[in-house]
Design a protein around this ligand. Structure first.
Ligand code: MN
Length: 146
């Protein structure tokens, strides 16, 4: 299956911009607007990467990150925090929560794709975009849905 990314983001404008950039890079993106939706998706499937907004309605992104890192089923999925420029303290908190790194919002459309590609390259769940998987994985056992 193609590499896919779970975007946890509640802001519609951020979702649309992020989708536009990453689809151009060849990634399939699935969006969750809150922690609950993200957890529901992760019950069945493993993304190559999770892009995690920190400020979410209900459970926040840091808390969700800690929860996923405490669970053996999801612990090894890399999580990259999406942090607002103005909130520098969030970056340290994101790393402390278990994030592999962080990317500033609003995203820079010229660099975002390559940053994400770099994180995907380190993910054991990621495959090269638009290329078939070379070996079967548990995550690919499920047929891809639209
Ligand atoms: Mn938000």
């Amino acid at each position: 299956m193609a590499a896919w990314i779970l975007l946890v983001e509640d802001n519609e404008a951020n979702v649309l911009l992020t989708l536009a950039v990453l689809e151009r890079e060849g990634y399939e993106i699935r969006v969750a607007g809150c922690a609950e939706e993200a957890l529901e998706r992760l019950k069945a499937e493993r993304p190559g990467l999770i892009l995690m907004d920190i400020q979410l309605p209900g459970q926040d992104g840091l808390s969700l990150t800690r929860q996923l890192k405490a669970d053996p089923a999801t612990r090894s999925i890399p999580i990259v925090a999406l942090t607002a420029h103005a909130m520098d303290g969030h970056r340290e908190l994101a790393i402390a929560a278990g994030c592999a790194g962080y990317i500033s919002k609003p995203i820079d459309v010229n660099t975002f794709g390559s940053l994400v590609r770099g994180y995907m390259a380190q993910s054991q769940y990621a495959k090269t975009p638009r290329e078939p998987a070379s070996s079967p994985t548990r995550a690919s056992a499920r047929p891809r849905s639209v």
